[in-house]
Design a protein around this ligand. Structure first.
Ligand SMILES: [Zn+2]
Length: 689
């Protein structure tokens, strides 16, 4: 090929003979992948000529080693598979999922060592896949500053808390020892990483300016001043090592006017998740500017798009920006907040790789057909249905608490059971039929995840019916509850065996399996429930309950407390959550402490990450009565919504479909980040349902 040929290009000619020429080694590799995809099962191939090269130079996805640690051989397997779809980058978001030689103390159990990681990088290179580390070194450093040996580096070390009430998520950027630590971590990466890029992270830094060293700078120039000094220093470290620094874009969106002060070499990774779907659910008010990528591009920074790992979202990013000058690529981000990579990854990351190659999103149906052809050798119908670009929605966790299965079923839930059962059968069938070992393993895993979801739906159906019969004296409890629960318990034990096998395959042995623990606890709870049922005793669900339905798009950094007054008028804590993390609060049903008065008061204190919706709140008593809110007062940004809420909340009985959401819009500004308290007085004469 000529001198002006783009990198990674190839030309494939299929006639009487097959000719493949390429711009470079990567182009040759991609040409071979295309040929492999074109071959029919009998070795025949279509005639024609393909000239092909990528629209975007960075085509990647990520592992979130900060939350869950994968087995390296599994991670390599995914990388090789993705390279065959012409992805050329894997991002490693690391936190303490890496054991630094200079600072081994804060590594998580099962963390990858630097030597192992070097080997990982080397193996990926053989598939023309670049490994770009994402290294938190300011915010998201709780794993460092909460370790006793490093607590003196905590920005909150003097006891001042941020407006979320927290003081343990950030390193203090003003301490020379912080800089030495960051330099040491970076140096270890520079020693093993041949990538031209290095990601300095620095997202969600909410805790800058707490300490007496940082405070003067904060008072003089705001948080931007403290932030930019550190970021520009960290970016320069990467530049000195011969790399282009990458940075998450969220913080700079608070102060877009300061973008000219950001190190000019920085490539922004724009992960704005919530504005491009036509309905704004984003965390930060002024991110409502739909055009976040445009803000960075106009300021002269190159951008990597970072949609979350679902096809629909990737399509929104790519179709808006994929062809704009200055856009370098895509990182299809999978965050392993409560689920591990093998539970989250679907064809979303494959869709992103294909889209990044062509610079715009593939047609989803055509993409599913193409993948079905590659995976199952057939197109359309059942095969394409198995290639679901959003299939993570079929893979819910198993909850550990039988109580949590009594939430009423959403409208579409019952229709999902037969659909899930059909998908399980299909996946099983293809797993048996396929001649490819890797594909069989993948489908076996998929079958398990679908079966797990099916189990949860069936359990929810049984428990919901039981609970609603309890709540409505005129209804009769289903007679076959015990038999159905025994069936489910048998299924649960089988699921647990498969889960153990999967765990061994995908995760380091040192890591704790929260799913297995949840399954064990649930098994015990079902057994106890059945015992009580057989003895004609209360089953434990005959309790007074508080029902709260919140919608919150992003659970990070949520603080939430729910208290209610008891017979003596004293506050009893019903629920407390810190650092949200794994548990986005949707509908929650909380058991109430004994002796709670019907005319009591309920207080909900929220310190959300961003916008939050409160839909309703009610108290359901074991004797069949219901208390609804009659008055509400709010402090903080909750204030404005309090009156609307009482109207909404009066309307419902555990049914989210009955009410419109009332969204509380939280502007992410320091002066509005204080406690937001909603105090609700409940009706003093609860009505029987
Ligand atoms: Zn400080």
């Amino acid at each position: 090929m000529g001198p002006d040929v783009p990198r990674e290009a190839y030309q494939l000619t299929c006639g009487e003979t097959i000719t493949l020429i390429s711009a470079d080694a990567a182009g040759l590799y991609y040409g071979v992948q295309t040929l492999a995809q074109l071959l029919y099962r009998d070795g025949a191939y279509p005639l024609g000529e393909v000239t092909d090269y990528p629209a975007l130079p960075i085509r990647g996805f990520q592992f979130d080693l900060g939350r869950q640690i994968e087995r390296m051989d599994y991670a390599l397997e995914v990388c090789q598979r993705m390279s065959r779809l012409k992805a050329n980058t894997v991002f490693l978001y690391v936190e303490n999922g890496i054991r630094y030689e200079s600072h081994p103390g804060f590594a998580a159990p099962g963390a990858w060592t630097m030597a192992e990681t070097a080997e990982f990088i080397h193996r990926c290179a053989t598939w023309h896949m670049d490994v770009i580390p994402i290294v938190p070194n300011l915010g998201h450093t709780h794993f460092i500053v909460r370790h006793p040996d490093y607590a003196h580096l905590n920005e909150g070390r003097e006891g001042v808390r941020d407006s979320y009430g927290s003081a343990g998520n950030s390193l203090c950027p003003a301490l020379p020892e912080t800089r030495r630590l960051v330099e040491a971590m970076f140096a270890e990466w520079f020693a093993i990483s041949p990538s031209p890029y290095f990601h300095i992270s620095c997202d969600e830094c909410h805790q800058l300016g707490l300490c007496s060293l940082c405070r003067p700078k904060y008072d003089a120039g705001g948080m931007a001043e403290v932030y930019l000094e550190h970021v520009n220093w960290a970016a320069e470290l990467a530049v000195q090592a011969g790399k282009r620094p990458m940075l998450w874009g969220d913080q700079m969106l608070y102060w877009p006017e300061r973008l000219p002060d950001l190190h000019s070499a920085v490539i922004i990774m724009d992960w704005e998740y919530h504005t491009r779907n036509g309905r704004s659910l984003n965390a930060f008010m002024h991110w409502r500017a739909e055009d976040t990528t445009g803000i960075f591009l106009r300021a002269g920074h190159e951008v990597v798009l970072a949609p979350y790992g679902a096809s629909s979202h990737t399509a929104q990013f790519l179709n808006a920006y994929g062809r704009q000058p200055g856009v370098l690529g895509v990182n299809s981000t999978i965050w392993e907040l409560s689920r591990t990579f093998f539970e989250c990854e679907g064809t979303g990351i494959e869709f992103a790789a294909a889209g990044a190659w062509q610079g715009y999103a593939p047609d989803q149906a055509a993409f599913a057909d193409g993948r079905a052809w590659m995976r199952f050798g057939s197109v359309g119908g059942d095969a394409s249905a198995l290639v679901d670009p959003c299939n993570s929605r079929h893979r819910g966790p198993v909850l550990s608490d039988l109580f949590s299965y009594i939430t009423p079923l959403p409208k579409d839930a019952l229709s999902r059971v037969p659909e899930l059962a059909r998908r399980v059968a299909l996946t099983e069938m293809y797993a048996e039929e396929t001649a490819c070992d890797a594909e069989r393993v993948r489908l076996t895993c998929e079958t398990h995840l679908l079966t797990r979801e099916l189990f949860s739906q069936r359990l929810r159906e049984v428990m919901s019916q039981w609970y609603q019969a309890l709540r409505h004296p005129q209804r009769t409890p289903p007679a076959d509850t015990a038999a159905r629960l025994r069936d489910l318990q048998y299924d649960l034990r089988n699921l647990r065996e498969t889960e153990v096998a999967l765990w061994v395959r995908y995760r380091p042995a040192e890591q704790t399996s929260s799913t297995l623990l949840a399954m064990h606890k649930l098994d015990e709870e079902i057994a106890a429930f059945l015992d009580h049922l057989a003895a004609g005793e209360p089953t434990g669900l005959e309790r007074d309950m508080l029902v709260l339905h919140l919608t919150e798009p992003d659970p990070c950094f949520r603080r939430m407390t729910i208290k209610a007054t008891d017979a003596e008028g004293a506050w009893q804590t019903i629920y407390q959550a810190y650092d949200g993390g794994s548990d986005p609060l949707r509908m929650k049903i909380f058991p109430l402490p004994a002796g709670l008065q019907a005319d009591g008061t309920v207080r909900v204190t929220l310190q959300p990450h961003g916008e939050v919706g409160i839909r309703f709140l009610e108290i359901l008593f074991a004797d069949g009565r219901r208390a609804a809110p009659i008055a509400a007062e709010g402090e903080g940004f909750v204030r404005d919504a309090a009156n609307v809420l009482t109207d909404d909340m009066r309307a419902c009985w555990m049914n989210p479909d009955d009410v419109e959401s009332t969204y509380l819009r939280h502007q992410h500004r320091p002066d509005l980040m204080g406690p937001n308290t909603l105090t609700v007085r409940m009706s003093d004469s609860p009505e029987y349902l």
